[in-house]
Design a protein around this ligand. Sequence first.
Ligand SMILES: Nc1ncnc2c1ncn2[C@@H]1O[C@H](COP(=O)(O)OP(=O)(O)OP(=O)(O)O)[C@@H](O)[C@H]1O
Length: 270
Amino acid sequence: MSSFVEIKGVAKEFKLPNGDKNLVLENINLEIRPGDFVSLIGHSGCGKSTILNIVAGLDQATQGYVQVDSQRVLKPGSDRMMVFQNYSLLPWLTAWDNVALAVNKVMRHRSKKERHQLISHYLEMVGLKDAMHKKPAQLSGGMKQRVALARALAIKPKLLLLDEPFGALDALTRANLQAELMCICSTHNITAMMVTHDVDEALLLSNRIVMLKNGPGATIEQILDVPFSYPRIPIEIMDSTNYRQLHHDLMQFLHHQQQIRYIESQITKV
Ligand SMILES: Nc1ncnc2c1ncn2[C@@H]1O[C@H](COP(=O)(O)OP(=O)(O)OP(=O)(O)O)[C@@H](O)[C@H]1O
């Protein structure tokens, strides 16, 4: 199958206020097929969010390029919707109005009735039928993230970008939302990229996991294929030998990166 997202030779260097340069990413190459759910995993600061930001068009690569559906990414667009850990909702608007704001802007050409149906459909899909008219302060963390998901999905993006979407939620809410997201993505064949620190979350949701080495100049160490078919039932797959092996491989990779980071920090002290 042809690639839908192409990340080719991407490097990213930030200029620091004192004039120094911080090379964060180097030669990142990744091809994502339509319907893939790809997770990025690696230690804090290795550049996972930077990759997502470049794909979103919120930041520019210093070298290389990103293409989505054969179009070069140069700026943000409604074909790529991002969901952040901190929900990013407008606090003075209700759940409905937060979703409506995006839908009305992007889907101006649709009739008022159609836009209304879309907003209602996606808020119901994420289980917010009875809380549509509440403001963010009246919603739990899980409910706020549901609004953010509904807002992203209602725009019908080509690519869903998720930056630690469940990082701020308690374990039970996180598990429920993971299951719902998996169901939505597999049913609607949504292509997604997700940054996560959670090995189980990556294994549950993704069909491929990109393992990033530590920076500076982080590169891709390996891409792991996750062979379980969708929809996945956590207690069933977690019990399998295959799952335990993949979990072990990922943990070992992260542990190894942590050791490298420790040794490097000791060397620079000397
Ligand atoms: N605008 C910026 N200017 C300068 N440096 C930046 C900027 N944005 C990110 N960085 C640096 O780039 C590196 C990678 O950051 P990034 O947020 O992509 O890492 P991450 O892997 O997503 O980390 P975490 O898991 O902690 O969220 C870090 O060293 C960070 O300090």
